[in-house]
Design a binder for this molecule. Structure first.
Ligand code: ADP
Length: 448
């Protein structure tokens, strides 16, 4: 596996080299082109000069004698007539061999290579003293330019080679700047895993870069994990404590049964009744615990257009059948886009509480504002208990609640369901007068 630092270092070095190579090559090519162009202009000037001289000379004098002055240095000069017949050919004394003249069709000048030297060829129309139009051909080997070009090439290559070192070092520093905080972060995270703790990472203040963002995210994640862990611990603690009570009761009654139940039928009956009741309580509690766990787990909500009135009637029917308690429904039916099964589960918890903690008929009102109000004229809830009502295992009066078979889990489940369905719950209660629960739809959930 290639380290991030190495990757960044290598990549940025190569990229810089590539950019440098491209720009150096361009410099080199532009310089070469410019040098050839300059040479061409010079040759052309020479030809211009020759032209004006020829127009002034006397036809009788020997042209070739002064033409000699116009031979390009180390090069050659040739004059051909319209039929390509050579009239004059002259070459510099320094040159022994004949330099080939190569001019591409339509080009101002052509650079060809001859004996590893660039050679420039160009032509120029001349008005000959005889009145004939001839062509002047000039050819010149560019020794000086060749030398300069070679020198420039080596200078650029050397510069590139020398630059590699600082470029490599600079990109190495850059890679370090990026990779180091990540490495530090990883080290701390690894330590956290080893020590099995939810430690927060130190966050450098006034830093707002991606690393800081990552640190914050990690810390938030750790916080959540710790929170969940604590909650779970607490739940397990509470649950075992809650289960112990009925078990203790069952145990003591079982012992009583063992000691005296065989002689005394009355005692046996009492013990078995208590045991049956406590078993039922425990069963309730376990069912609710499982429910609580599953509410947290279910991500799936089956949204559908739901009529509220039939839903309430179903609940009421159950209530009347099982407990012979009167429940009145009033108000106009309304429609809610929600999960009907979960909403029913939630409403049932509140109606069942109203039944458990009151004797009078329960009144359920449907409001056009998409609210459901459950009212009872029961014992009410003291103000100080209201904030804790939705906590797991919270009961206002433990003794009384145990008698009614309460577990303290009902409202905790209701709260989870309400969050899931995006519902608001409001509790109003006066001790001795009764309790009013208002359930309102925060907003209509629209399925995408
Ligand atoms: P439980 O299973 O004990 O009823 P809940 O979570 O449903 O647990 O309710 C928590 C506590 O809130 C109950 O123990 C009870 O004291 C109180 N409570 C809930 N609803 C009512 C109500 N309608 N009237 C009076 N007290 C209530």
């Amino acid at each position: 596996m290639m380290k991030l630092k190495t990757k960044i270092n290598l990549f940025s070095t190569l990229l810089t080299l590539l950019i440098m190579a491209t720009s150096f090559t361009s410099i080199f090519l532009v310089y070469k082109q410019f040098a050839f162009q300059t040479e061409y202009t010079q040759l052309q000037n020479r030809a211009d000069e020759l032209m004006s001289t020829i127009s002034k000379v006397d036809t009788s004098i020997d042209i070739s004698s002064f033409l000699r002055a116009y031979i390009p240095s180390n090069g050659a000069l040739r004059i051909v007539d319209e039929n390509d017949k050579q009239l004059i050919y002259m070459q510099a004394t320094t040159t022994v061999e004949r330099i080939p003249f190569t001019l591409e069709k339509g080009a101002d000048y052509t650079i060809s290579s001859w004996k590893d030297t660039p050679v420039i060829s160009m032509n120029y129309p001349l008005l000959w003293p005889t009145g004939e139009i001839v062509t002047l051909e000039l050819v010149e080997p560019l020794y000086g330019i060749a030398q300069n070009i070679a020198l420039l090439k080596w200078i650029l290559i050397a510069m590139a080679l020398i630059a590699i070192v600082p470029i490599y070092l600079a990109s190495s520093v850059l890679a370090g700047v990026i990779a180091k905080p990540i490495q530090q972060l990883t080290t701390t995270m690894q330590q956290n895993i080893k020590t099995n703790r939810y430690e927060q990472l130190p966050l450098k203040e006034n830093k707002k870069d991606e690393i800081a963002e990552m640190t914050t995210t990690y810390n938030a994640l750790m916080h959540r994990l710790e929170d969940n862990y604590m909650k779970q611990q607490q739940f397990v603690g509470n649950a075992s404590h809650e289960l112990k009570t009925p078990l203790t009761v069952i145990e003591s009654y079982a012992k009583l049964l063992q000691r005296r139940g065989f002689q005394n039928e009355q005692v046996a009956y009492e013990a078995l009744t208590a045991i049956t009741k406590e078993t039922a309580n425990m069963q309730d509690m376990i069912t609710q615990m499982l429910q609580l766990a599953s509410v947290n787990e279910t991500i799936e909500i089956n949204l559908a257009t739901t009529h509220i009135e039939p839903l309430l009637q179903e609940i009421t029917a159950t209530m009347q059948q099982a407990y012979a308690r009167e429940v009145r429904i009033q108000g106009q039916n309304f429609i809610l886009t929600t999960d009907a099964v979960k909403l029913k589960q939630l409403l049932y918890i509140f109606v069942d509480n109203a039944r458990k903690y009151s004797e009078q008929p329960i009144i359920i009102t449907m409001k056009p504002t998409k609210q459901i109000i459950i009212q009872d004229e029961g014992q009410g809830i003291p103000k100080k208990d209201l904030p804790h009502l939705f906590e797991r295992f919270y009961r206002v009066d433990k003794a009384r609640s145990r008698k009614t078979g309460g577990t303290g889990l009902g409202l905790a489940i209701a709260k989870e369901l309400a969050d899931l369905l995006n519902l608001d719950i409001e509790v109003n209660s006066t001790v001795g007068v009764g309790t009013t629960i208002t359930i309102s739809a925060k907003e209509v959930i629209i399925r995408e």
